[in-house]
Design a protein around this ligand. Structure first.
Ligand code: SF4
Ligand code: SF4
Length: 385
């Protein structure tokens, strides 16, 4: 593979894009041991880091786009290298020169849609709240208890819209005074930042922050771990701090306060998949499990890789918008792990995970074998609406 422009010029560009951690790496290779890519093909983050140190990065290739930013390897590194940031800095370079291999080109379409319509799914901005026709939802106004920030997949994706309606139904049942922003809401920007389009991220973040401030938002309920991560850990870069609550934490609180009551059973064996951006990146491991354990008749079983060691679904780091050959999909492995655990239902709490799992369910012909559910769909079924 041809290299772009080796040596100092490239090293300087990688540093300018935030990838300076390559200097700490002593090439132990522990990152590669835990990387999920090595379950399906060879890929070496260690090698990418080594090449960065010499300005020899192959930014035309597929490898700089592989990292799903799952967060497994930063936890292992004895030198504290932020491998994700090194990877993102290489993508910034490629994005700047508009160099995208064929498998990554769908991400360019997503980026164009983010710029024109504020979402990556080519939905029209004016249709962002169409899902709410099937639910009782008000527009957010100052003084309400919380904003429900819906997010892109839950606004436009047909499968995910069922989850959005479930959330609205549950919040209404609990008497929560909440509202949505409708077409004033824009993508949180988490994934576009990870594929290196920093300016698009900044524009989306500023739009959302202005809307939050103009509308008097203080508390934000989110269903996507990607929105959660960005609002909690990245928006403070803009000198703002909103109270951000993931729906699993919020539902648990509503039940503990007696505002929501579980009154029905869900019989069957369930396993819970920790989304990378809820679990490893934000340490929310217990709330979803505590919720599931409250459901009478539900037997919770863990898969072989769970909690901090959960297997990535393959959708983070903008990979949800890229093409992955069928024999390289982590989500297929995850469904097989769910079956091995004896689960009838694979439950999770992330729109990217659900999207990948539903596709794997089709590919593996698991219809009637394994159900895929968002945790809110289970809770909707066991509270009396
Ligand atoms: S684990 Fe850290 S020090 Fe070891 S190869 Fe990976 S980045 Fe380098
Ligand atoms: S963050 Fe995850 S996908 Fe990316 S290199 Fe590390 S282990 Fe691999």
């Amino acid at each position: 593979m041809e290299t772009l422009a080796p040596f100092q010029e490239v090293i300087d560009e990688i540093q300018a894009a935030g990838g300076f951690d390559y200097r700490l790496c002593f090439q132990c290779g522990l990152c590669d041991v835990v990387c999920p890519w090595n379950k399906v093909r060879t890929f070496s983050m260690r090698r990418l880091i080594r090449e960065s140190a010499f300005g020899l990065s192959e930014i035309e290739g597929e490898d700089i786009w592989r990292c799903t930013t799952c967060g497994r390897c930063p936890e292992q590194c004895p030198r504290g290298v932020n491998q994700i940031q090194v990877g993102v800095s290489l993508r910034r370079l490629a994005s700047e020169y508009e160099i995208f291999p064929p498998s990554v080109r769908p991400a360019r379409t997503a980026r164009a849609s983010l710029i024109s319509e504020g979402n990556p799914l080519q939905g029209e901005r004016k249709n962002r709240a169409d899902w709410a026709r099937d639910a009782q939802v008000r527009t957010f106004s100052e003084g309400m208890e919380a904003l429900f920030f819906v997010g892109c997949y839950l606004s436009y994706d047909p499968r995910m819209k069922r989850v959005t309606v479930a959330i609205a139904n549950i919040l209404n049942k609990a008497g929560v005074d909440f509202g949505i922003l409708g077409e004033k809401e824009s993508c949180c920007g988490e994934s576009i930042r990870k594929i290196g389009s920093e300016q698009v991220f900044k524009n989306l973040a500023r739009e959302n922050i202005k809307t939050f401030i103009d509308n008097g938002v203080h508390k934000i309920i989110v269903a996507s771990p990607h929105c959660y991560h960005t609002f909690k850990n990245e928006y403070p870069e803009f000198m703002v701090n909103f109270e951000v609550v993931h729906i699993t934490e919020y539902l648990l609180q509503l039940i503990r306060e007696g505002r929501l009551e579980i009154s029905k059973e869900h019989s069957g064996t369930v396993t819970y998949h920790d989304p990378c951006y809820l679990g490893r990146h934000n340490e929310i491991f217990d709330a979803p499990r505590d919720l599931l354990r409250m459901v009478p008749g539900l037997e919770l079983k863990e898969m072989s890789e769970w909690g901090r060691e959960s297997l990535c679904c393959g959708g983070g780091g903008g990979r949800i918008w890229m093409d992955t050959p069928q024999n390289e999909r982590f989500s297929d492995i995850r469904l097989q792990q769910a079956r091995e655990a004896g689960a009838q239902t694979l439950v999770t709490s992330c729109p990217y995970c659900i999207t990948n799992f539903e596709e794997s369910k089709l590919n593996l012909e698991y219809e009637g074998v394994l159900e895929i559910k968002d945790i809110t769909e289970i809770i909707q079924d066991v509270v009396s609406l």
